[in-house]
Design a protein around this ligand. Structure first.
Ligand SMILES: [Zn+2]
Length: 260
């Protein structure tokens, strides 16, 4: 009897699709691990096509698909749990794993808006700043009658806000950033007869609540967002080829970094 196994393409495919993680990332917010598989050529091509279309929405969609296919979280946590900064951290690490010591990046000058191409970024300069859980994230509003708990923006919430921005045809960058800030609201509590009760808000309701804050109340939220700044930092020495603006601590854009 011949019991020599017979192998075919199905076995090859199985080996290819079996869990084969190239590296793990310690996530900057949760402190837990994400496991990453090496990027396949066909998905790289898909991403390049999206970039060439200059459709930001499509690029983000393809990046989400890449995360879905290539990343698994510790304890099988859902990928929607990732914060926006953790998502960028994973993308930056995928980029780093696929490159040598340096990469060429594109950077828009903050002074004259000229697009500087082929700038050299040294991959040793990537900084991952972990989230500081000691930062006060509870804010009291309306003479203590409302309390809100703030926390990092999660990708799931960002996607919902992006949809609202798209539906409302909002173009201005400052207005987009304003709406995205509403996504930092995690819980809202109202005081009634000296007892605080939570009010569950949908994304649109968070935005509505946010739009009705006074500027001093809004400042408290902005203050938290500034203090809690964390995640991937890409500092480099930048000198604009057009206007000579110079900054030794310029920061590269993470999304641009991933696709450069
Ligand atoms: Zn410039």
């Amino acid at each position: 009897m011949n019991d020599k196994p017979f192998f075919d393409i199905k076995d090859l495919k199985k080996v290819q699709s079996d869990h084969h993680f190239e590296f793990s990332v310690d996530l900057c917010y949760s402190g837990r691990k994400a496991f990453v598989r090496p990027l396949k050529i066909k998905d790289k091509k898909e991403l390049l096509k999206a970039i060439e279309s200059k459709d930001e929405k499509l690029v983000q969609k393809v990046l989400d698909e890449i995360i879905l296919k290539y990343v698994e979280l510790e304890d099988n946590r859902p990928l929607d749990d990732l914060t926006v900064q953790e998502r960028y951290q994973i993308l930056a690490e995928i980029r780093r794993a696929a490159s040598g010591d340096t990469i060429k990046i594109v950077h828009q000058c903050p002074n004259c808006e000229h697009l500087n191409k082929d700038l050299i970024f040294d991959l040793k300069n990537i900084i991952i700043k972990p989230y500081d859980f000691n930062i006060e994230n509870k804010i009291s509003l309306f003479n203590g009658n409302v309390e809100i708990v703030l926390g990092p923006l999660r990708r799931e919430e960002e996607k919902k806000i992006e949809k609202i921005i798209f539906d409302k045809k909002i173009q201005s960058t400052s207005e987009r950033q304003f709406l995205l800030m509403a996504g930092f609201i995690q819980n809202v509590f109202i005081k009634k007869d000296d007892i605080y009760g939570e009010v569950k808000l949908k994304t649109e309701e968070k935005i509505e609540f946010f739009e009705n804050l006074s500027s001093s109340e809004l400042d408290k939220i902005i203050d938290y967002i500034k203090k809690s700044d964390y995640g991937v930092k890409l500092p480099f020495h930048f000198k604009c080829e057009k206007c000579s603006y110079e900054n030794t601590q310029e920061e590269a854009n993470v999304a641009v970094f991933f696709i450069s």
